[in-house]
Design a protein around this ligand. Structure first.
Ligand code: UGA
Length: 468
């Protein structure tokens, strides 16, 4: 099938490359000439596993780049809209990019087209897109608007796209549903997975995934409700972690006990310094706001956001309780990205904490395996960026772990201890076992677990940090 994808941001670029890998002919449309030139020249603008491979496989063949939206619409049967929907000051989604794309799409509709919302949008957006296209001259029978929300996570975006838990298509006509079914048939019928050159299947993938056909409004709500629920899970466990701290319980044990109930599940129950990124913070706010507009006061979501913000303040208090004053202290920071596996620093709780620590007068040496280029644009020379965790730790008063990179869970602890001026680790992601850290000679603070000290290494844990 011929497909146009409008917007070459995270979702658009990954969707375009994956549709090409499923065998479709894709035109990726963007109005940013520099971005198009970079893509044509083989550059990959985001850090994402398998994306470079897919782009080099299909660039110039099944995947082309263009700034001509009208022509791309004329050449395609389905047009996926994946432009940004940033938050306005009041927290609603700004839909002006979606509107202007809808207006332009109208001019290219010459025979039947399906216009598909791929960006995260509030309920009723498909109605508006339809109205705008009609207002600009397209005839009612020449197109349908559908919603096909995307559930990809940064860092695993390609495998999330090709091996999804489910595919949701919100369509109000059988004709548009059929077009979307055909587009996803290599995945839903499993033929993609039989191919020798298919992207490797992740461990937990259930293939082929089910296709869930709903109304467009339901599909729009599925996306917002899914992200809000996941954010709620994280805030819930962060609140439980705070109770654990008050009573001396261990949140990791609680998560294990709670998460093994299959009705709850253990995923997205990792406590930390709060959720960040370009999706959860924005989508929880937008869902709160659209619910209010529709007449429902969704106060639960206020609490989800409040706990999330509080989590950073609690972490900061922990740093204070470990180091007393922060003015003039040298801190080693591991992690600047909003989570492991990405170079994205948008709404990164790690970066926000770094900025607060700087305001309080600390000096910071930071290391992140992927996000240093982007962080430098924000932090300038206020932070020393190093080439390794060990370099960051050199001479520091304490080490702070702020992002859950795998690399940070596998540090050479004796080397870290030698580099640090004082063996203090404050772990915002619970990457280590407190007993092991104490046995390695660290005073160790984490989230929702009692602090551990070298003096109170329990029997059964040897000084080398291994459990007996
Ligand atoms: C999120 C959703 O997981 C995707 O399903 C969705 O498609 C995407 O938003 C989107 O709307 O586009 P993403 O923002 O890439 O994906 O990142 P997540 O892996 O969900 O992590 C979000 C934040 O939650 C990170 O800051 C992470 O550190 C934090 N987190 C996650 C926790 O603190 N604890 C957890 O257990 C899981």
């Amino acid at each position: 099938m011929r497909i146009a994808v409008v917007g070459s941001g995270y979702v658009g670029l990954v969707a375009g490359a994956c549709f090409a890998d499923l065998g479709h002919d894709v035109i990726l449309v963007d109005n940013d000439q520099q971005k198009l030139a970079a893509l044509n020249n083989g550059l990959v603008p985001i850090h994402e596993k398998f994306l470079p491979e897919l782009l080099s496989r299909h660039r110039g063949h099944r995947l082309t780049f263009s700034d001509n939206l009208k022509e791309a619409v004329q050449l395609s049967s389905a047009i996926f809209v994946a432009v940004g929907t940033p938050p306005t000051e009041s927290g609603e989604a700004d839909l002006s990019y979606v509107e202007s794309v809808a207006r332009e799409i109208s001019g290219g509709i010459d025979d039947y087209k399906v216009i598909v919302e791929k960006s995260t949008v509030p309920v009723y957006t498909s109605d508006w897109v339809r109205k705008i296209i009609l207002r600009n001259g397209a005839s009612p029978e020449s197109f349908d608007v559908a919603s096909n929300p995307e559930f990809l996570r940064e860092g695993t975006a390609v495998t999330d796209f090709l091996f999804p838990d489910r595919i949701v298509i919100g369509c109000d006509t059988p004709r548009s549903a059929e077009v979307l079914r055909q587009i996803y048939s290599p995945v839903t019928e499993g033929t993609y997975y039989d191919r020798a050159d298919a992207i490797p299947r992740p461990d937990r993938a259930i293939t082929p995934p089910p296709i869930i056909v709903t109304s467009t409004k339901s599909a729009e709500l599925i996306k917002h409700a899914s992200n809000a629920f996941l954010a709620m899970k994280i805030s819930f466990i962060n609140a439980v972690a705070s109770v654990c701290e008050s009573v001396g319980a261990d949140v990791n044990q609680v998560v294990h006990g709670v998460g093994t109930d299959s009705r709850i599940g253990s995923r997205f129950l990792n406590p930390g310094i709060g959720y960040g990124g370009s999706c959860f913070p924005k989508d929880v706010m937008a869902f709160r706001s659209v619910a209010r507009e529709c007449g429902y006061d969704f106060r639960l979501l206020d609490e989800v956001m409040r706990i999330n913000e509080d989590q950073r303040h609690r972490f900061l208090r922990k740093v204070h309780s470990a180091l007393w004053t922060l003015r003039g202290k040298n801190l080693a920071v591991l992690g600047l990205a909003f989570k492991g596996g990405t170079d994205d620093i948008r709404e990164s709780p790690a970066l926000m904490l770094v900025q607060t620590l700087l305001q309080e007068g600390s000096q910071i040496c930071a290391y992140d395996p992927a996000a240093m280029g982007r962080a430098r644009e924000i932090l300038g020379s206020s932070v020393v960026l190093t080439n390794s965790a060990y370099e960051a730790a050199h001479g520091a008063d304490a080490l702070l772990i702020l992002t859950e990179w795998e690399e940070f869970a596998n540090l050479d602890l004796s080397r870290i201890r030698q580099e640090l001026k004082y063996p203090i680790v404050i772990d915002g992601r619970n990457l280590y076992d407190p007993e092991v850290m104490a046995a390695q000679g660290f005073t160790y603070y984490s989230i929702g677990r009692p602090a551990s000290h070298p003096d109170d290494v329990p029997a059964g844990v040897m000084k080398n940090g291994k459990k007996a």
